[in-house]
Write a protein that binds this ligand. Sequence first.
Ligand SMILES: Cc1ncc(COP(=O)(O)O)c(C=O)c1O
Length: 223
Amino acid sequence: MSIAESIVQVQAQIRAAEAASGRAPNSATLIAVSKTKPVSDIQQAVDAGQICFGENYAQEFRDKAKELEGVQVGGQGLDWHFIGSLQRNKVKYVVNRASLIHSVDSQRLGQAISDRANGRQGVLVSVNMGGEGTKSGIPIDQALELCKELTLMPGLDLRGLMCIPPPEPGRWFEDLAELAAEGQRQGLPLTELSMGMSADFEQAIALGARWVRVGSRLFGARG
Ligand SMILES: Cc1ncc(COP(=O)(O)O)c(C=O)c1O
């Protein structure tokens, strides 16, 4: 199947998953994860109408966003998301270019982003749901405290939570949704959940995902 056909098929599955759980059409958005893939692959996705792209590596993000700067879909420029773990010394490549940085996991990273933001940079807090040492993200029991600190930073627009869960994601998706709900009860602006990848995006939509991040299903396996 071509990249264009995969985009059309996954978009249709997302619309069906929204409908199946009584959600409004387009309340979940596909982020096409193009990390390590060439710009020509992104162009094929664009030709199929895809606007939203996600990248994991700061310099690669900067280079691709620059190269595709003038590209439009239906009169709209591409919408870039940064979804990888981010080091503070690489914040400069990402801030003000990404509409949303999904991966803030420390007060110091949040501060570095805030300091460089021209306006208010959209951010999510990434949560290490399973406490896995190999993955970035803040531990679940510290996440809301970090969110509170981030809301005090003038250059940040905190919008929600992101997770990369361990295998068997369903339970973790539910836990992330519950954590965001608890944050909202405490007055935090956690309305957006970024969860679900190639294998489980429909399940994530049923459990409230605002953003699904799909890579290999669209672009094939990464080398
Ligand atoms: C943070 C993040 N989200 C989503 C994806 C996409 O995963 P998949 O290829 O399983 O769709 C990746 C891929 O590495 C990722 O790092």
